[in-house]
Write a protein that binds this ligand. Structure first.
Ligand SMILES: [Zn+2]
Ligand SMILES: [Zn+2]
Length: 344
């Protein structure tokens, strides 16, 4: 095996990533060394690079948390994984396993969690380390490029939909049809929900329609709240993947009485607050829930949907060397679907 690997490394916030050779890490107790085949580029990677969140990422950083690859080597104490197994690494690198949230199967809110490609090195590299207990198993023969976006965009939208409590036959508004939203539309359809898609891009709404959205609303030239209320009497549920705070405010108003909105997008930066009507929430018994990536169970379920052909990310593959141009396209909102880095 080689001693070094190619990686994209962030040395200072808001600077371009450097493509360089770094040592291949050695897996410790309970850890796997994974040969990365594919790594999706998520909007959170851009937030990490731009230092939008508090606390900032651990620098120097190898970003990337939508990883599909193969086990290269199992560290001491690892059972159940062998070299060559197909695996995926999500945002949730690890949780403590011992707090009340971990006991409750809510490891997404563990306060001692580590994040792949944020507090730990991620998948913008030929190899990476991940704890075996938190690695997702992918069915043998999975297309790694198609599967990579499921590891974040997939599990995140799937859990968001679950947390709205919407039942088959009910209406869900998917607000924001980007990397997350176009996958949310498909999970919603696969879960038997009816979809109203909301975005400000005609091209993204076209994609939503082709994926099964029955209603598309362009917020750039119409009031999405009025249209959802007038045509549906409000949606039973909404999932917000957008990055503009206004979309989070509008989504509450798109609900019908008793409805639930799940927030899964993160605007970042200074625009982190919304205005909402207390009387609307109280009188109409509306619920606003946060949903933070997904648990290991959510991940297994989300992967199963994709492996069964029910969800397929719209992807474009690019070499690692193109990462800075890809991140700039993302800053400008120019990416339709998902970009997946091809590491092997
Ligand atoms: Zn992500
Ligand atoms: Zn915990």
């Amino acid at each position: 095996m080689p001693q070094t690997m190619k990686a994209a490394v962030l040395h200072a916030l808001r600077t371009p990533l450097a493509i360089e050779q770094v040592p291949i890490p050695e897996p410790g107790h309970g850890e796997l060394l994974i040969k990365v085949t594919a790594c999706g580029v998520c909007h959170s990677d851009l937030h990490a690079v731009d230092g939008d969140w508090t606390p900032p990422p651990v620098i120097p950083l190898i970003p990337g948390h939508e990883v599909a690859g193969k086990v290269a080597k199992a560290g001491p104490g690892v059972t159940g994984f062998s070299a060559g197994d197909d695996v995926g690494v999500p945002w949730m690198y690890s949780s403590c396993g011992q707090c009340e949230f971990c006991f409750a199967g809510m490891e997404t809110i563990c306060k001692s969690g580590e994040a792949t490609g944020y507090t730990k090195p991620g998948g913008y590299a030929e190899y990476m380390i991940a704890p075996a207990a938190f690695v997702g198993r992918l069915p043998a023969g999975t297309d790694p490029y198609a599967m990579a976006p499921i590891l974040c965009a997939g599990v995140t939208t799937y859990r968001g939909l679950k947390r709205t409590g919407a039942r088959p036959g009910q209406w869900v508004a998917i607000v924001g049809i980007g990397g997350l939203g176009h996958i949310a539309v498909q999970y919603a359809r696969a879960m038997g929900l009816r979809v109203a898609a909301v975005d400000v891009s005609a091209e993204k709404l076209e994609l939503a329609k082709s994926l099964g959205a029955e209603i598309t609303v362009n917020g750039a030239d119409a009031d999405p709240v009025a249209i959802i209320q007038d045509t549906l009497g409000g949606a039973h549920a909404a999932v917000v993947t957008a990055v503009a705070t206004k979309a989070f405010e509008q989504a509450i108003l798109m609900l019908r009485p008793g409805g639930t909105v799940a927030y899964i997008g993160l605007p970042g930066g200074k625009s982190d607050e919304i205005r909402a009507s207390i009387s609307a929430i109280t009188n109409w018994e509306l619920s606003i829930r946060g949903s933070n990536v997904g648990t290991r169970l959510d991940l297994n379920e989300a992967v199963a949907f994709a492996a069964n052909g029910l969800v397929k990310a719209t992807i474009r593959t690019e070499p690692l060397e193109r990462i800075n141009a890809i991140l700039e396209d993302m800053r400008q909102g120019r990416i339709v679907g998902r970009v997946v880095l091809k590491l092997a």
